[in-house]
Design a protein around this ligand. Sequence first.
Ligand code: ADP
Length: 479
Amino acid sequence: MTERKMYINGQWMGSISGKATALRSPATGKVIGEIASGGREEARLAITAAHEAFAEWAATPARERAAYMQKVVQLMHENKAELAHMISLEMGKPIREARGEVDIAADYVQWNAEEAKRIYGDLIPSNAKHKRILVLRQPVGVTAAITPWNFPLSMVTRKMAPAIAAGCTVILKPAKQTPGSAVMFFELLEKAGLPRGVANLVLGNASEIGAEFISNPLVKKITFTGSTEIGKQLLSQAAHQVKRVSMELGGHAPFIVFPDADLEKAVDGLIASKFRNSGQTCICTNRLYVHSTIVESFASLLKEKVQAMVMGNGLLEEVELGPIVDQIGLQKVDEQVRDAVGKGATVLCGGSIRKEGEFSNGNFFEPTILLDVDDTMQVVREETFGPVVPILPFETEEEVLQKANDTTFGLAAYFYTQDLGRTIRMYEKLEYGIIGANDPVPTTVQAPFGGYKESGLGREGGYHGLEGFLEIKYVSLGF
Ligand code: ADP
């Protein structure tokens, strides 16, 4: 059985204890490999390697750093089919979505490779004749990156590419469900000839590895994507050494459809936003607000399209909806639907776990539409991370704005309207870091991705993302 190994200081290694745990397919329940079960010691080795490689990597001309990265981009494109297969195999998303993920993951590397050459400083006019004011941008140092399972490859490159471009060295800890995509990416880094120690991969016990990242003074920056709960924990612990942190945490996206919206486009947009990755992205729609005058026509068109979606093993070409990543995730989705139904919600379609035939050993939840929903239900307050859409009717713009903003989350929000004034009022007043105005898929490499409120800290993507890996140094030069 293939073991997903660690990559530390340019060497592949299993865990020091020799322990490994089984990995299972979320679609079939079958064992698909093993993951090395490392911990604190392996994290320490990786941090030391990253520290030792840092000075030289930071001093490597940007053009050379960019050249290594361009080589990685080329290798990613050459290995697209294998990478997409691994993504789909280990986390279950439809293979077509997995191919799209490889493309955007490679784009993160490409964009940051280009940008590495444009990390400029400033020369600011001084008040004194014999002084000059210089501003330098320098790499922040050894960076620890912790990534989730829902985008096993693009979350990795969205963090590692800007870090490496900026001149930082990195230790990655990917999610335990999806180590294979990270391992394949590191194989490509090795093939591209990246100097040893610049990028290191540790696998295993998350809290042990996290504790070493937090307490080891050689780590200067922690970049995390995952749950709000773990993010807050890391944030408070990082305060002890005032480590730099970037956080991409949970979301609870509202999707608002005004009566003047193009109904067909709005329904298609909702499907793209809600059912992509079976609802398992932090910017997926969680609450759907539809104007009361169109709620019936919207719901019936939505039901028709949702019922036509093909659910199954993501590796099959025709599949549009894959499984939920694991049993814990599946139970959470089920619990939210039971909670809503128990409080009076009506199931327009779906509503249950599937267990018959081809679904028997996987984690499948039917695509679900709920009506008669209210604010007391978990599905309207908590992140769902599943293919469930609760529909809430509304009457006025003020009312829906207030409801949309009434949450501690602030990642993504969507609305559909053809009225320009309303468009401007909405994007100005929604308290969210990412707004999709008549656009259900806003993520792109050159734009800043991140949240207001408890959804995060800092931005990823674009030049804003690169800034998270740079320190500003001010030099006051007298002569
Ligand atoms: P999810 O619910 O999406 O799995 P988590 O926050 O649990 O979200 O996981 C996101 C990432 O954080 C994963 O790589 C996971 O292994 C890691 N993680 C979980 N617990 C800790 C911890 N205590 N310290 C550091 N990383 C952790």
